[in-house]
Design a protein around this ligand. Structure first.
Ligand code: JE8
Length: 232
């Protein structure tokens, strides 16, 4: 079973992960998601989680001490842990990374805010033999913190676990439709009833019942769309 621990100063932000698709996967015992409030690991009266940056500059940096206490608490067992630190400076998240995370037993997501987390937190856990640290970004735009990025990664990862997805055939299907020479074709266009809508027909081939020709058409359309995204 995949166990996911998420640490944030805005734990309520992560609530949707406990609902719907992922809530049912948890009920079925396929995954377990636990959300933790970083401020539980502060000792001062103000529950401070940040301080001014060494070397100067704007904003505040998240202090390493609460992060160390929070991560230690969720990693007390003798198992191996993959610590995922969200940062705009991280490696770009993609489907290959989602597949790798879906094969793990223990994921810990560190959701920073402000100017991010003191760099020694990643450094410290990377030096432990029972940890692998992944610094990850979901894309080239600036978010306010790691929470939304974590939701994206958890959803993309959890749906790859057998039984989490509603329709088990759709995983098989995407594994061959998403595979070309470089392994990244976008999806083909989908249609449903009615066959004519506001004067627009569904492509006739899809009504033909010729599954060989339909498959060829879908691949051609996926390639055309992929090519269109590469141009300009
Ligand atoms: C974050 C983020 C991902 C993505 C992730 C974590 C923690 C240094 N900068 C921090 C300054 C501007 C504000 C930034 C806020 N922040 C952003 C991300 C991300 N994963 N693809 N974009 N942004 C943190 C603090």
């Amino acid at each position: 079973m995949l166990k996911i621990n998420i640490i944030s100063i805005f734990p309520e932000y992560l609530k949707p992960l406990e609902l719907s698709l992922l809530g049912k996967a948890q009920e079925k015992g396929l995954i377990e998601i636990n959300i933790h409030d970083l401020r539980k690991h502060t000792d001062d009266v103000h529950h401070s989680v940040d301080d001014t940056p060494y070397g100067g500059g704007a904003g505040m940096v998240m202090s390493p001490q609460p992060w160390g206490l929070a991560i230690d608490e969720v990693s007390e067992s003798s198992e191996h842990f993959d610590l995922i630190v969200l940062t705009p400076a991280g490696k770009k998240f993609d489907q290959k990374m989602a597949k790798n995370f879906a094969s793990k037993n223990n994921l810990i997501f560190a959701c920073g805010r402000y100017e991010g987390i003191d760099a020694r937190v990643s450094q410290y856990y990377a030096s432990k033999s029972n940890f692998t640290v992944h610094e990850v970004s979901i894309g080239d735009y600036v978010l306010g913190g790691g929470e939304v990025a974590t939701m994206v990664i958890v959803e993309a990862t959890a749906r790859l676990i057998p039984g989490v997805l509603g329709n088990p055939d759709s995983l098989k299907e995407e594994s061959h439709t998403l595979t070309n020479k470089d392994g990244s074709l976008v999806e083909y266009p989908s249609y449903t009833k009615p066959a004519n809508w506001r004067g627009l027909d569904v492509p006739a081939i899809l009504l033909s019942g010729n599954h060989g020709e339909i498959e060829k058409w879908r691949i051609k359309e996926a390639e055309r769309r992929t090519q269109a995204l590469t141009e300009e």
